[in-house]
Design a protein around this ligand. Structure first.
Ligand code: HEC
Length: 91
């Protein structure tokens, strides 16, 4: 099943921006994801839900390793994106 997220994405973004306590950090991580990943992965929530690992630490470790060879060469951007994606899995 293909879920269309493109239309939900800006609304979620706007809600996050409005409710976020630390707007600058939130914006930076969002922008980093958009710059490196969004052109192929339109739905950040779906990507986050598919992360492997039972705990946040396991998910972060697995994703970080995966991304070493997946479209993001900059280690700082990679760390930012890992943190951002793993945070989406914590409710
Ligand atoms: C050029 C297109 C492209 C870009 C850019 C890209 N990806 Fe991917 N990504 C894919 C494709 C295609 C797959 C599925 C095939 C595979 O595993 O390589 C995938 C798979 C994944 C998976 C595994 C998903 C799963 O459920 O198995 C993760 C996690 C992921 N990408 C994260 C990212 C992140 C984070 C970024 C930004 C740094 C990113 N990708 C950038 C195309 C892309």
């Amino acid at each position: 099943m293909k879920i269309r997220c493109e239309h939900i994405f800006p609304i979620v973004l706007a809600a996050l921006t409005l409710t976020s306590v630390d707007i600058s950090v939130g914006f930076a991580t969002e922008a980093t994801f958009k710059m490196y990943c969004a052109k192929c992965h339109g739905c950040v929530g779906r990507l986050a839900r598919n992360l492997k690992g039972d705990t946040s630490n396991e998910r972060a470790a697995a994703l970080s390793k995966f991304l070493e060879d997946h479209n993001v060469d900059d280690p700082v951007a990679r760390t930012t994106i890992v943190k951002y994606l793993v945070e989406q899995t914590v409710s």
